[in-house]
Design a protein around this ligand. Structure first.
Ligand code: NAD
Length: 266
């Protein structure tokens, strides 16, 4: 037994990076994984990787900003034999921008994906997890939800909101005695495709972190900013998420786990 047999896990932003690695980790431990992403091709690829490794998963197109997409995805989980015990809110978007020229629409996009997405995942997911007899939500925040950084007002604001919403909802679940635990994970620099999604203008805003191409290079970023000098792998973050969702973490709720190579230690 690996701990998640007969159970189902729904993961947002699972078509790439940390969400993909987390999907693979849960599937390797017996879970049926609902691999959701607004990039359906990415979600399909994650499901292929899980199938190749001998696991079971279903790809679902889900834009975390749309409540109707969440409802449709949870209708699928309701109709499936495996009981939903875990939701991982992993879809996210970061942005580097000068606050005084940033548009309100840019701010709202970052808030909608990170904050509204996590809210909707919990609003619709937690009652289902409770109905299954209990389980956990893991929200992927960031160290940018713990400390500020110049030109990252939208992302810091969004990830800080995810952190505090996690604690408030954890206490609401505790009060309900619904056996649902809610925690956040705060990575520092993780080697995923996210870094290559920033344009050259954004790259110039993180001094010392541009690669030779002028774009952000995760290894340059890690060398410049992570005390231990290297980026985390997506698999390392996935293992912590799986731990938080497991029975071994039965007494952990409303908490945060930082995985940042020392970035917040000073
Ligand atoms: N990579 C890092 O260094 C790092 C550090 C701290 C926190 N994080 C957080 O980890 C999470 C995963 O990031 P990653 O590095 O794996 O990035 P990634 O770009 O590899 O993956 C993010 C996924 O989210 C999906 N997504 C984006 N908008 C969406 C939407 N509206 N609806 C559904 N899916 C959507 C993308 O299609 C993509 O598959 C994010 O919340 C990010 O903020 C990452």
């Amino acid at each position: 037994m690996s701990g998640f047999e007969g159970k189902a896990v729904l993961i947002s932003g699972a078509g790439s990076g940390i969400g993909r690695a987390t999907s693979l980790a849960f599937a390797a431990h017996g879970a049926h994984v609902w691999v959701t992403d607004f990039d359906k091709a990415g979600a399909d690829r994650t499901v292929e990787l899980i199938a190749d490794a001998g696991g079971t998963a279903t790809a679902v197109k889900l834009d975390v900003r749309l409540e109707s997409d969440w409802q449709a995805a949870f209708d699928l989980t309701d109709a499936h034999a495996a009981a939903l015990t875990t939701v991982v809110n992993c879809a996210g978007k970061s942005m580097l921008a000068d606050t005084f020229t940033m548009s309100l629409d840019e701010l709202r996009l970052v808030m909608a994906i990170n904050v509204e997405g996590a809210f909707l995942g919990m609003k619709h997911g937690i009652p289902r997890i409770a109905k299954s007899g209990g389980g956990a939500v893991v929200n992927i925040s960031s160290i940018m939800g713990l400390k500020g950084k110049a030109r990252m007002a939208a992302y810091c604001g969004a990830k800080g909101a995810v952190r505090m919403m996690t604690k408030a909802i954890a206490l609401e679940c505790a009060e309900l005695r619904n056996k649902v635990r809610v925690n956040s994970v705060h990575p520092g620099v993780v080697d995923t495709p996210a870094w290559s999604k920033h344009d050259a203008k954004e790259a110039r805003m993180l001094a010392g972190a541009e690669g030779a191409s002028g774009m952000l290079d995760v290894h340059e970023v890690a060398g410049a900013m992570v005390p231990i000098g290297v980026a985390a792998s997506a698999e390392e973050i996935a293992e912590t998420v799986r731990f938080l969702a497991s029975d071994a973490a039965r007494h952990i709720t409303g908490a945060e786990i930082v995985i940042d190579g020392g970035m917040t230690a000073d």
